[in-house]
Design a protein around this ligand. Sequence first.
Ligand code: NAP
Length: 342
Amino acid sequence: MKAAMIKEYGPSDVLQIGEIPRPQPGSRDVLIEVHASSVNPIDWKIRQGKQRGAIRYKFPVVLGMDVSGVVVEAGSKVKQFKVGDEVYSSPTHRRQGTYAEYICIDESAVAQKPSNITHQETASIPLVGLTAWEALVVKGKVKPGQKVLIQAGAGGVGSFAIQLAKQLGAYVITTCSTRNVEKVKALGADQVIDYTKENYEEILKDIDVVVDALGGEEKYKARKILRRGGRLSLLNATLIQNTERFGPNIGLLKTGLDLATFKLSSWLFHGISANTIMRPPSGKILAELTTLIEAGDIKPVVDRVYDLEDIAEAHSYSETGRAQGKIVIALRKGEAVSYPRT
Ligand SMILES: NC(=O)c1ccc[n+]([C@@H]2O[C@H](COP(=O)([O-])OP(=O)(O)OC[C@H]3O[C@@H](n4cnc5c(N)ncnc54)[C@H](OP(=O)(O)O)[C@@H]3O)[C@@H](O)[C@H]2O)c1
């Protein structure tokens, strides 16, 4: 089968299109014919080798953690899916590889695809949807009427999280640059802070939940605006900066220690529960998202669609940090590209 893979860590041109054997499903796996995938920042962080302290991959590595497609084979113990089902998923880090024509995924991480959107739109959902759910529902415990700050509202996670937080009944505040203000308002944001003109630390206080998508020193600022008893969902550890400075092993250790210290001090001195968000590969949560999407309560936000052959270009665009919503990868040439490239 055709796949985009890396044989070494490096810049976007280490991504190569090649032929590899089609994977064989285990007893609990479904083999999915991939119709569309998407790019997430984690893909190029792995490609750059910045995650190698956390997971050691064996080359060649096929990247990609989002898929929408059709089940073409089901393992002997698979209960929920049959050949022909249209499904979507975000596989685990160890079994990633959706930049390919086929992928095997444990059925527990798979759900029926929303029927009202295309495969390309669906592929934009799984990883960011699962992350937003973990940050707002599981760790954030958002209740109706609560004030929620979502950092980087115009990005992949942010554009989904704004819509989900609105569905949870929250008053949603978000940050973005001037060009995205109207876009995030259209997604449902009640209050928008243009970070090129205003500093959110000077405007906000007594916030119930913050989703910090920026990382680094940002978590200290977020802590200042939360109320006692508030909750902070951290999407970014400082692993990349620490790996660059100290190498993969010490970098990983230092990141763990930094986070543990931050969480303890947040709890002891500020009364805040700070939680690291790890996107759960969960078919059950995706099924909840399917219900919200089919009801029209959450809509996919797709910025650009690239063909698999242009994967290096898609990575370079994601690395600019300026994507407005999601970057989708089309695997099936016959399917209409719903969003023209700009
Ligand atoms: N822990 C997890 O499980 C998990 C899961 C998913 C993502 N993540 C991490 O979360 C981060 C966000 O992911 P993503 O997919 O949303 O990234 P993304 O789509 O690449 O984010 C791009 C967006 O970030 C916005 N942005 C950049 N700098 C900003 C700033 N200073 N303030 C506010 N907005 C800013 C940009 O808006 P403007 O152009 O308007 O600035 C742009 O729309 C990434 O670092 C990713 O690795 C973690």
